[in-house]
Design a protein around this ligand. Structure first.
Ligand code: MN
Length: 233
């Protein structure tokens, strides 16, 4: 096969305790998976508890990854860039119509991630019934730290998920507050698309999202998964 120009390199994540990297395919994200955050976004209590999960996507190459302090460029066309700390599920196998009881078998590992959001652009899209892509799927919008393999550390179902900006705690939730658990998310998503090895799923953010500006230092963590440091430049 001859390409007309050099193909883009495959985005990838470091794997804790390994010199191998996790090759990333697609990035799926769950909207409103913690009731407190759904409420702060103005969703009704009913929508915050009873509706099935909904998904949006970011391009695979929107990924910013690494093991040390990550540098993230403040993106264009926004005056309101928000942090959303999330647990990221990394799939090592695929499937379609996966039963929730079998979903954990697909999981390679977990990482701490940031679903960076141009909140003003997303807000305008919501108002007009337009797609969220330009609010959610811009360059460097998907941040993730090292993957902690499930084979070593198991499957975290509870534990703190938190984020601080310049040392001030902004988000502080618990994985057990997810409305849709990881197994249910995988089962539901696999009815819509064939999941594949390399897919990442951002599992939603707890309450406390807010703006970040150039110069800010972010620190985030998920108990049993790891921590992440990033700087907005
Ligand atoms: Mn999110």
């Amino acid at each position: 096969m001859k390409y007309a120009f050099l193909p883009h390199p495959i985005p990838s994540l470091p794997i804790a305790g390994s010199d191998q990297r996790f090759p990333v395919r697609r990035i799926f994200c769950v909207g409103r998976n913690y009731a407190e955050h759904a409420r702060e976004m103005g969703a009704s209590d009913q929508a915050a508890g009873l509706e099935p999960p909904f998904f949006f996507m970011k391009p695979g190459d929107a990924l910013v990854s690494g093991s040390g302090e990550l540098s993230i460029a403040y993106p264009p066309i926004t005056k309101n860039l928000h942090h959303e700390v999330e647990m990221v599920v990394a799939l090592g196998a695929g499937g379609v119509n996966v039963a929730a009881e079998a979903a954990h078998k697909l999981i390679f590992g977990y990482a701490v991630g940031l679903d960076l959001t141009r909140r003003d652009i997303q807000g305008k899209a919501k108002e007009k019934g337009h797609p969220w892509d330009m609010g959610k799927g811009f360059d460097q919008s998907a941040v993730a730290g090292e993957i902690r393999p499930a084979a070593l550390a198991g499957h975290p179902g509870q534990g703190r998920i938190w984020l601080s900006v310049n040392g001030e705690l902004r988000q502080d939730g618990d994985l057990s507050d997810m409305m849709w658990k990881v197994a249910d998310i995988i089962a539901n998503l696999s009815t819509s698309v064939r999941l594949e090895a390399g897919d990442l799923i951002y599992t939603g953010t707890p309450a406390g999202v807010g703006p970040i500006v150039p110069g800010d230092r972010l620190e985030a963590g998920v108990d049993g998964v790891g921590t992440l440091r990033a700087r907005i430049v």
